[in-house]
Design a protein around this ligand. Structure first.
Ligand SMILES: Nc1ncnc2c1ncn2[C@@H]1O[C@H](COP(=O)(O)OP(=O)(O)OP(=O)(O)O)[C@@H](O)[C@H]1O
Length: 505
């Protein structure tokens, strides 16, 4: 169940503005599951109230799209649990809150997984074990051992470090399954991590969503640190880089920023390069930083869904620096690699999946590895939560929610939906009109077509009489607008719900 919750989190990451996700959803941890009730642990009462008021419905919806429609979600806080336990205790003082979230989970017998993003490597049965521990008063005993209460941190505040984001603990080379689709990217990344330059100190990992860019680029960081090569590994997204630069400019600390990236970094991992589109000042600064790093033969790993040359409003200097090293493309895995991935992941989750079920999942889910993981987690979680046999019928009942949506959505279906919601015609969508009332629905339709269909961007652009670059620009514009919570993201969530509920077909 813990990995099911991690999948729900991943889905929410896509639909919420980044800061809201990091502040409110990311810190929530799975605590227990019993009889179709899932208990989640919020860091404190304030966060619990906020989640209850604003995000609980979204959480329920995401569980339901993963095939768990009838679950009840309970939100707990460390204080609350130990307060409840202390009612049974003759002299319950102090509290597990002092140890924070992970301490409390340890006391309850659950593993904490990756500190930031939650690991999928824990057994799917942990939730049930956890409930047992809870009912047998483990918290109470733990409380007696705990030290004086300490202040809890605000949710999400410890996610960024001076050197960027924390690397996910299981994004290592040995957890990465190599197939025909990614063997070149894998070898190039490994060789860069090991310091065999072959004339290259930079790599650009190019792939669609969920195909392993973050996994492989973070594996380079892990390797450099674990092998004692360097601990000066900076892992940032292009958005983080931009925000940090703007912050430093405003606070007159831009020299520190330059010093940090140019002189204190041995390995720079920069993700989601397409975010830089149109950000002239950041592009110039990054190009200069890359000159320093390339001259010093530092290791650079970039990743993005598009080639730099395809990203609109990107300056030529930066484009050429980003592609100075190897550009390696990762494709969707073929059937046998999907089976290998499922087998590896099910071992990680600590569950045994019969071969025919693994084959079935691999046949049904072929878009990307994230989707594959989500299907596997859903199937295993349903078997564990409902106490059902893990067989093809059960797998079918979980996967049909994922595949039904996927099969039926085409660019035309999306166009029709957007037209009916915005009161425009299909002709308006494909026309050259730059009027806001046409541009807005057109950009949304392009974004949705990218999200819900398998069509390549070139083809999507063509369906709207647009160039490839304009399609990328539209997607970036929607992603940017979504980050500001408000009518725009609500509108988009509404469209997601309509599409995913199958109500438009
Ligand atoms: N070859 C692989 N072997 C094992 N796991 C993989 C592989 N490729 C991807 N994954 C897993 O799939 C999930 C998604 O991968 P990742 O986050 O690296 O994708 P991404 O390309 O960075 O996607 P996005 O562009 O949406 O951020 C992760 O849990 C990752 O561990």
């Amino acid at each position: 169940m813990e990995s099911l919750w991690n999948n729900v989190k991943l889905k929410m990451k896509d639909s919420l503005p980044d800061h809201s996700f990091r502040m409110w959803i990311q810190p929530i941890e799975f605590l227990a599951s019993e009889n179709s009730v899932i208990t989640l642990l919020c860091p404190n009462t304030f966060s619990r109230k906020r989640v209850k008021d604003n995000y609980i419905q979204g959480i329920i919806n995401e569980f339901s799209t993963l095939g768990f429609a009838d679950l009840q979600i309970e939100l707990e806080t460390p204080e609350n649990i130990c307060h409840n336990s202390s009612k049974d205790s003759p002299k319950g003082k102090g509290g597990a809150t002092g140890d924070g979230l992970s301490g409390l989970k340890k006391k309850f017998g659950a593993t904490t997984g990756s500190s930031q993003k939650g690991s999928t490597s824990d057994s799917l049965n942990k939730g049930l074990l956890l409930s047992d521990a809870k009912s047998s008063g483990a918290c109470l005993n733990a409380r007696k051992r705990s030290s004086a209460p300490k202040q809890l941190t605000l949710p999400g505040l410890n996610l960024m470090f001076d050197s960027g984001r924390i690397l996910k603990k299981n994004y290592t080379f040995d957890q990465f399954v190599v197939g025909d689709n990614n063997d070149f990217a894998y070898s190039a990344s490994l060789s860069l991590a090991q310091g065999a330059r072959n004339g290259n100190s930079a790599i650009y990992l190019l792939a669609g969503t969920g195909l392993g860019k973050s996994h492989l680029s973070q594996a380079v960081g892990h390797h450099a640190m674990n092998q004692g090569i360097t601990d000066k590994v900076f892992y940032v997204t292009a958005e983080d880089f931009t925000n940090e630069m703007v912050y430093c400019l405003k606070n007159n600390t831009i020299n520190n920023f330059k010093e940090k990236y140019r002189r204190k970094c041995d390995v720079l991992i920069l993700e989601d390069v397409h975010f830089l589109s149109g950000k002239d000042a950041t592009q110039k600064e990054l190009a200069m930083t890359l000159d320093y790093l390339l001259d010093a033969e530092k290791r650079l790993i970039f990743s993005g869904c598009y080639l730099p040359g395809e990203i609109p409003k990107m300056n030529e200097q930066l484009k050429s620096r980003l592609t100075m090293g190897l550009v390696t493309k990762m494709d969707a895995p073929d059937f046998s690699t999907r089976v290998k991935i499922l087998k590896k992941k099910s071992k990680e989750y600590g569950c045994k999946i019969p071969n025919d079920v693994t084959d079935y999942i691999a046949q049904e889910l072929c878009d990307n590895v994230r989707q594959l993981e989500s299907g596997l987690a859903g199937v295993a979680a349903k078997a564990s939560l409902m106490g059902e046999m893990l067989n093809i019928d059960l797998a079918r009942s979980v996967l049909q929610n994922i595949t039904k949506t996927k099969q039926a959505i085409t660019v035309d279906v999306i166009k029709k939906l957007v037209c009916s919601e915005f009161g425009v015609t299909e002709q308006d969508l494909v026309s050259p009109s730059r009027k806001k009332k046409h541009v807005h629905p057109r950009q949304l339709a392009i974004y949705l077509a990218r999200k819900y269909t398998d069509q390549p961007l070139k083809k999507i652009g063509k369906s709207f009489n647009r160039y490839h670059a304009t399609a990328i620009y539209s997607i970036n514009a929607v992603e940017k607008a979504m980050k500001k919570q408000g009518p725009y993201s609500e509108q988009l969530n509404y469209l997601y719900n309509k599409i995913e509920s199958g109500k438009i077909i």
